[in-house]
Design a protein around this ligand. Structure first.
Ligand code: ADP
Ligand code: MG
Length: 464
């Protein structure tokens, strides 16, 4: 028995490509660069959908669409029409992941009568195309743990972090991983907004019992952007019982939000305390090395091989657009667009990059100012922590210690008012900040190593 429909598709697609190669009708280099990097995502008796890994691949495959159809036909005996899409177009079609079909085949359920489309996972968000670095290592490891052994390692897993840092990517990666290992599993991806809408609709259609029944049947619940559940009472109630039901049955729950659970206003206390029973991990903005690795991956996926992008351009993008990964993706698109539309160039150098982003990048002024963020970053790096951990509620001693030092340095170096420091560090009260500063001063007096560490940090920050 095949392990999953995805494997089946990939084998089928490889077979078609091999046959084409044997026929000698298309050059091997073309097949390797554009066909083998694309994938077959759906195949019925009459239709095949192929997703190209770039716009260029799509165009190249499209040219031979009739021939490809004939090869499918010669393998399966059915008359097949092929369609080629880019990743983005495929995503827009909102076709559920291929595994959808296999699950319904296995269980012979009539999915049309279902309110939830299980296994609605986006296949392009996987672990193998998620770049891991200091800013997301913890989240990645936790997510992978859940995917590997759903329901048994930590449930719920709560992932928090600003927009564009990879929350949705990780959720879908978990879904894809689980379904690849076991296509019988019922994985369900939803978001706060979508969940509220489902609840409202099923109340109107009097199908709320059916909805609950289907929800309770989920093996892996992936709830994105739960902050949108805030203030929605009925949805809270349903989510709360769903949550308990799944946890009691050792099912996996993964939740994401743009902030730490304790900071989501309008979410019931009892829910927040349930979240704390699992593991909460934060995502940070990618640091330089991770940003470079992400850029390289995205470029390799999107840009044809004859376009050359200089290394200093990549460093330039990584230093200026690494607030979040979405911005990194955006700047590559803009750069390519600019290079092709305006100058028809296939060699992208610094002058072209500067030209493309002029006005968008702040050129660092002489003696650039140190901000609370600089201090957080340097202290976090020094102690091997993330900035998120520094501002989290965690009382773990090494985190709390680093946090106190960072607060103290904000006072010492940039003379930030206590209230402002409190805001910078996870909305803490000014009295907490004052007592942190006093503690650091006291520790510095009595502990030489401690004093050296703080002095070293001060030096690093001042030399920025
Ligand atoms: P969020 O849900 O946190 O707003 P997304 O998961 O939608 O962010 O990520 C935004 C974009 O950045 C997506 O295209 C995603 O694939 C990409 N991305 C985020 N983190 C990474 C990473 N570590 N490696 C590769 N791509 C990433
Ligand atoms: Mg998202």
């Amino acid at each position: 028995m095949m392990s999953s429909l995805e494997t089946y598709y990939s084998e089928k697609w490889n077979k078609v490509i091999d046959e084409i190669q044997n026929s000698g009708k298309i050059d091997k280099v073309i097949l390797d660069s554009f066909y083998r990097t694309s994938s077959l995502v759906s195949l019925t008796d009459s239709k095949a959908i192929i997703v190209g890994n770039s716009e260029v691949s799509k165009q190249i495959i499209m040219k031979e669409i009739l021939m490809i159809s004939e090869f499918f036909e010669s393998i399966d005996g059915n008359s097949i029409t092929c369609e080629v899409l880019t990743q983005a177009e495929y995503k827009k079609l909102n076709i559920s992941a291929p595994v959808q079909q296999i699950v319904s085949d296995y269980t012979s359920q009539n999915t049309q009568n279902y309110l939830l489309n299980y296994n609605n996972i986006l296949s392009e968000y996987r672990f193998d195309n998620f770049v891991v670095g200091a800013s997301n290592r913890e989240c990645h490891a936790a997510a992978l743990g859940c995917a590997y052994d759903p329901g048994n390692i930590y449930t719920p897993l709560f992932i928090y972090g600003n927009s564009g840092l990879g929350k949705t990517h990780l959720l879908n990666a978990i879904g894809n991983f689980v379904l690849t290992s076991d296509p019988h599993k019922k994985v369900y991806y939803t978001s706060g907004l979508d969940f509220v809408e489902k609840v409202v609709n099923s109340i109107q259609n009097k199908s709320i019992d059916q909805l609950k029944k289907e929800l309770y049947d989920i093996d892996v619940l992936l709830m994105d952007d739960i902050q949108f559940l805030a203030g929605k009472e009925k949805s809270h109630e349903i989510f709360f019982s769903l949550f308990n039901e799944l946890v009691n049955n050792r099912k996996q729950i993964v939740i994401t939000s743009d902030r730490h659970p304790t900071e989501i206003k309008g979410l019931e206390e009892r829910l927040i305390s349930r979240f704390s029973s699992g593991l909460s991990v934060g995502l940070d903005s990618p640091e330089f090395e991770t940003a470079v690795a992400i850029l390289r991956l995205k470029i390799a996926n999107q840009v044809s091989e004859d376009v050359i992008i200089d290394d200093d351009v990549i460093s330039y993008l990584a230093s200026n657009f690494s607030k979040d990964v979405r911005s990194l993706e955006g700047c590559i698109k803009r750069l390519l667009f600019y290079a092709i539309q305006f100058s028809n160039r296939d060699h992208i150098d610094m002058s072209l990059a500067i030209e493309t982003f002029k006005g968008q990048v702040e050129t660092p002024a002489e003696g650039q100012e140190v901000t609370a963020n600089t201090i957080k970053r340097i202290v976090a790096d020094y102690y091997g922590l993330t900035k998120q951990q520094l501002i989290s509620k965690s009382r773990t001693s090494n985190i709390a210690n680093a946090r106190q030092i960072a607060m103290y340095l904000c006072r010492l170096i940039i003379d930030l008012p206590f209230v402002k420091i409190g805001e910078e560090f996870g909305k803490r009260d000014h009295s907490t900040v004052m007592s942190a500063c006093r503690k650091v001063e006291a520790n510095m007096k009595k502990d030489t190593f401690y004093r050296q560490a703080v002095n070293e940090l001060e030096k690093q920050i001042r030399s920025k």
